[in-house]
Design a binder for this molecule. Structure first.
Ligand SMILES: NC(=O)c1ccc[n+]([C@@H]2O[C@H](COP(=O)([O-])OP(=O)(O)OC[C@H]3O[C@@H](n4cnc5c(N)ncnc54)[C@H](O)[C@@H]3O)[C@@H](O)[C@H]2O)c1
Length: 461
């Protein structure tokens, strides 16, 4: 065992190690706080000076991180943040949590990882541990990050230590958080893996070592591809149920009573967020380089990307029942974050639906308790919008309410009572009303007939 391994292990176990996190967003800030709570002196680095100022004044900008936790750590001198990468030379470890988006061509955009690593390189010194956490294609740590870090002559696994550990956090999840979701760790060498595990031990309840960074990278992509494909499957089943006059929500609720071999996924207006719509394409990009054509990923991507169009069709049909055209109708979109109880709008399908509705002449407004302002830069309409209040007067004044994200704070019973027409893509409204149309469920007028299929057949007879 080299002196460097023993020294870092000892500093980690005694909490004397100074740990750093680069990229303080949805992933990086919660991790920084867990490191601070685990007993380390934790230092965050981000290019965004507003985030640094907020952290310094103990104000959290991530809903899952309470400001009191952050403020306590800052006041105790256990957590600080800076825009200056010069601090890296004082750190023992660095976790990289920067974005990994897709380019328009659906190719991985590695520019954030490259620029963060390039900024670390001048300050990298023997004995440090670097852990990449950003979701990325298998091979990134060893093929891209390692050569960049080694450019000044230090060798990974010998002079410094390198591992990949994917973040699996689910923002807004009340039960699972950064600390209690098991952490996958794959080091470039066994020393790298052991040291990464020692880093996480005070901050994360369960650590799951795997044999290499490549395996750890693939674990994350398997998990997110699994979700994307199953959501694609259930979205397709919802469209089928729509045609067959069967309530897909009832079907899923009954199917999930099976105690094994089935896991419920739910249909909706499409995929959103920084992970599920994007990560599978990192995998398919890498697989295609070997000549392999990943079919499930592409197919699920097509089905999921078609959902906003189906939602607009559903709104058009519902308005038609009320003898109204979409063109000129006032449509209130309820929920524009990509999933419930969070403020994240990245890749939100609600924005696609709104762009399509606008293009067809709808007069749009929206309500989202988590998103007060929708900047023009975030959607196809290209103009700023402000959330309306969900008052009875506003609900009564619009031609159609479209529920796209089912935040829990909304009173859906009252919404259904007041609005004249509702398209519910999330099964948020639990009681049946003739003016509430649900995605993947029979038309309300068909529910009372003996068989929706027979009714449809009769219509064509
Ligand atoms: N958000 C999630 O739910 C989630 C869950 C699991 C994994 N991930 C993955 O984690 C990674 C980070 O995602 P996120 O949601 O936290 O992103 P984010 O956009 O919320 O945060 C990224 C932060 O990195 C900063 N940054 C960008 N380039 C930088 C640089 N060169 N140096 C320093 N800071 C820089 C940005 O200013 C921003 O604050 C991505 O790879 C993502 O796929 C995200």
């Amino acid at each position: 065992m080299s002196d460097l391994v023993g020294r870092l292990r000892e500093r980690l176990q005694s909490r004397q190690a100074r740990v750093g996190v680069v990229g303080l967003g949805y992933v990086g800030l919660p991790l920084l706080v867990e490191f601070g709570r685990g007993g380390f002196h934790a230092t965050g680095i981000d290019l965004d000076a507003r985030k640094i100022a907020a952290i310094e004044s103990g104000e959290s900008y991530i809903p899952d991180v309470p400001s009191t936790d952050l403020a306590d750590l800052v006041a105790a001198g256990r957590l600080d943040a800076t825009t200056d990468f010069g601090i890296v030379k004082e750190l023992d470890t660095i976790n990289i949590c920067v974005p990994t988006p897709l380019r328009k061509t659906k190719d991985p955009d590695m520019s954030y990882i490259v620029s963060a690593v390039e900024a670390i390189v001048p300050h990298l010194r023997p004995g440090m541990l670097v852990v990449l956490e950003s979701t990325t294609y298998p091979g990134t740590t060893e093929e891209l990050v390692k050569p960049l870090l080694e450019q000044n002559g230090l060798k990974a696994g010998v002079d410094f230590f390198l591992a990949f550990s994917p973040e699996r956090v689910d923002p807004g999840n009340g039960s699972f958080n950064t600390r209690n979701v098991p952490k996958i760790v794959g080091g470039v060498t066994s020393d790298c893996s052991e040291l990464a595990q020692a880093l996480y031990a005070p901050a994360i309840d369960t650590i799951v070592p795997v044999s290499s960074p490549r395996v750890a990278e693939m674990v994350k992509l398997l998990e997110n591809t699994f979700r994307a494909v199953n959501i694609g499957l259930v979205n397709e089943v919802a469209l089928m149920c729509d045609k067959l006059g069967i309530d897909v929500w009832e079907v899923i609720d009954a199917a999930k009573t099976k105690p094994f071999g089935f896991m419920p996924f739910y249909p909706g207006p499409g995929l959103g967020g920084h992970c599920i719509p994007i990560d599978p394409f990192y995998l398919s990009w890498k697989a295609k380089q070997t000549g392999f054509e990943p079919r499930f990923i592409e197919l699920a991507g097509q089905v999921n990307a078609s959902m906003p169009h189906h939602v607009v069709d559903a709104i058009t049909s519902a308005l038609n029942v009320h003898r109204k055209s979409l063109n000129g109708s006032r449509v209130l979109v309820v929920g524009i974050a990509y999933k419930r109880d969070i403020d994240d709008m990245r890749e939100s399908p609600a924005l696609d639906v709104m762009g399509l509705l606008l293009a067809k002449g709808a007069q749009l407004s929206y309500y989202d308790p988590y998103v007060g302002v929708l900047p023009g830069s975030a959607w196809a309409g290209a103009f700023n919008m402000t959330s309306v209040d969900l008052t009875p007067a506003i609900l009564a004044a619009v031609d159609c309410v479209a529920i796209l994200t089912d935040h829990r704070s909304i009173d859906y019973g009252a919404l259904a009572e007041t609005a004249s027409l509702v398209v519910d893509t999330r099964n948020a409204i639990k009681t049946r009303h003739p003016h509430v149309f649900r995605l993947g469920a029979p038309h309300p007028a068909e529910v009372s007939s003996t068989s929706a299929v027979e009714a449809r057949a009769a219509a064509f007879a």
